[in-house]
Design a protein around this ligand. Sequence first.
Ligand code: ADP
Ligand code: GLC
Length: 492
Amino acid sequence: MSQAAALKVLHVAAEVYPLVKTGGLADVVAALPPALARAGADVRLLLPGLPAILDGVQSARVVVEIGACFGALRVRLLLGRMPDSGLPVYVIDAPHLYRRPGNPYQAGDGSDWPDNLRRFALLGWVAAHLGADDADPDWVPDVVHAHDWHAAMACAYMADHQPTRAASVFTIHNLAFQGLFPLSDQALLGLGSHKLGAGMEFHGQLSFMKAGLLFADKVSTVSPSYAREIATAEFGCGLDGMVRSRGADVSGILNGIDEQIWSPASDALIAAPYDLDHLDGKATCRQDLQARLGLDRDPEALILAVVSRLTAQKGLDLVLAALPALLRERVQFAIQGTGEPALEAAFRLAARAHPGRVATHIGYDEPLAHRLIAGADMIAVPSRFEPCGLTQMYGLRYGSVPLVRRVGGLADSVVDGDAASQTGFVFDAATPAAVEQAVRRALALKADPAGWRALMARGMALDMSWGRLAQQYLALYHQARTARQAATGALR
Ligand code: ADP
Ligand code: GLC
């Protein structure tokens, strides 16, 4: 039996596709654990009992009655199976904290749930108890892998539980969301050691993100470039000093894509399947998209699509500002997203002002996202910062050439500048002029059908599967275990 076959890994996260998704985190949490299982690891998930998770997890049974904690009267730990992968999944059933409608982090009006400290402290606390062998004696992880601030307290509670045999790995998907709470709420965390609470202090607040950064045995982020960027003041969101202090403990592994879900040859959500040798399906998807969105049926137009949260991070204001100049060219825009009301309104307005040329769909719609990515000629991701980004990789897979800013995972996944290896268009400045210039370069290449086809072909042929990346995570887990062994002096 290989070493990997014995490794027990617990993934802890607040969202997972297809049950609960607010962004790429859910896609990663759905795809990485099964890839690790295929690589021989013994993998389970731990999720909060949000309504869609309780409804979607199959054959759940009670593992342990935890009782009253974190302000909830009745907390139980359930064990069931994920609907798609069949992976075992622990679910924390805490009706008072989790059984409420909508978003895992926010109420319908966009404000954070007022008890988020308790809700996500509980998630980390249960993870630490699983890691410490006192929640489910039948299965004790070797590695607890916590995703983003929502799960970061696992690392603090594990440090509190010394010596915990399990190692902790903390993955930062987005340093900009930190989980900040009033310092005066520290007592609610129930940490045994005052030093831990003091370590989490961040400019007069408690920072769950900092807890992950400080207490995890190893820290990773979702691209090598972002791992370097967050050590700088420009991208570090105030935590760059902390990142630098962890030195080589911080590394980056580029995300992959789930090819079961994102593959034009087998995607049941798109108008026609296609692959590199049968691109007529892509032409069908293109026509379908134009018809569906009310865009002019212009076979020559360059369709530039966006599927994104509409927030400052994503840089879509740059696209808006470049729109008037680009609409003088044969370009059409297909925008899908939700987010800041001002951006939503501006894209709606652009669609009204330019019928047939600009189509805006404000809303969250998974099937439409597939249709946009399949039917477009290009996917634009002009982010100000981007830990990884997934839609540019979906674009590569679907022959929809990415147009991205040179930051984070966008810089790591799209190649520009060398005709033989080019897979997309990459620009540097966060300005409308830079977007415009990159689109003009694309238009020039699109005028050469053979050159454009070769560009698409290089992207479609890339290996972006999770299989190879799972090996990188397994290597990271072994490093984390070695670090933990050094720290505690004993692994079982
Ligand atoms: P982030 O996690 O920062 O939002 P990513 O590119 O990593 O960015 O992941 C975004 C994910 O959310 C992708 O799977 C994308 O297709 C999806 N997505 C974003 N906005 C929408 C939307 N309005 N409708 C459907 N899917 C969306
Ligand atoms: C975050 C980041 C995004 C990344 C995703 C999955 O939401 O903003 O860049 O792709 O997490 O790791």
